[in-house]
Design a protein around this ligand. Structure first.
Ligand code: COA
Length: 206
């Protein structure tokens, strides 16, 4: 079965040296984690990722049911950290709530703050929301007493890579994620495939 390899960077930032850089733009506010919002996170994640490269790398991101399963999996991790898990909401012209962005954080087995997914829906990008969400999660990690935070990003996702570099993240190593035909394109029923959960090869540290 043909496979595609996606290059990904593991990046890290020192939280002792980190300082927040900007507040949310006018008209937006953060909404903290609440169990009742799991499905809102899942749907906002789906709207943010469905047309993006990461929906190919992680097929569950291209499927709303896959995003629900992923959210339940993140929520169920022992290190799930509500203080690093946020939504951004705006009031639209009619005064209704419009969910614009999502981020989740966990404390990993090494005691690092690990950003799981950050996504901003297409109509609200380029206004600083992605930056503010990452900063909000980093503040949550620091408030929890953590000294370092990390994440993984697909190398071809240059907008995301630039955002993380601007916030002080540096590349730690390169990993490769294999996506086979079934996992990448055929199997879009929302289940988490092996391609969603396993890195298959590790390259030397940069
Ligand atoms: C990556 C992602 C989260 C960035 O979200 P965003 O809200 O657009 O991020 P920001 O607005 O903070 O920054 C993006 C750009 O807008 C610019 N920007 C920020 N505030 C701005 C403003 N008020 N006016 C104009 N531009 C602005 C930033 O300088 C940045 O420019 P750059 O791309 O040239 O570096 C978003 O594109 C996304 O959800 N992508 C799909 C999901 C994804 O790939 N997530 C990352 C997984 S690792």
């Amino acid at each position: 079965m043909p496979s595609t390899y996606f290059k990904r960077f593991r990046m890290g930032v020192d939280l002792a040296a980190w300082r927040p850089t900007r507040p949310l733009p006018r008209g937006y506010r953060f909404v903290p984690w609440n169990e009742a919002l799991l499905d809102v996170h899942a749907r906002t994640k789906f709207r943010s990722f469905r047309a993006e490269i990461d929906a190919t790398v992680f097929p569950c991101l291209g499927d709303v049911e896959g995003c629900r399963r992923l959210m339940r999996e993140i929520r169920g991790k022992p290190g799930f950290l509500p203080a690093a898990t946020w939504l951004v909401v705006a009031n639209d012209a009619a005064g209704d709530l419009e969910w614009c962005g999502t981020i989740q954080g966990v404390v990993d087995r090494l005691g690092l703050g690990s950003i799981q997914n950050v996504g901003v829906v297409p109509g609200h990008r380029g206004r600083g929301l992605g930056t503010c969400l990452v900063e909000q999660a980093l503040g949550g990690f620091r408030g929890h007493g953590l000294r370092r935070a990390c994440l993984e990003v697909t190398a071809g996702n240059s907008r995301a890579v630039r955002l993380y570099q601007r916030l002080g993240f540096r590349r730690l190593k390169t990993v490769y994620k294999v996506v086979d035909e079934a996992g990448g394109t055929g199997q879009r029923d929302g289940s988490l495939t092996p391609a969603d959960t396993h890195l298959v090869a590790e390259a030397a540290c940069l």
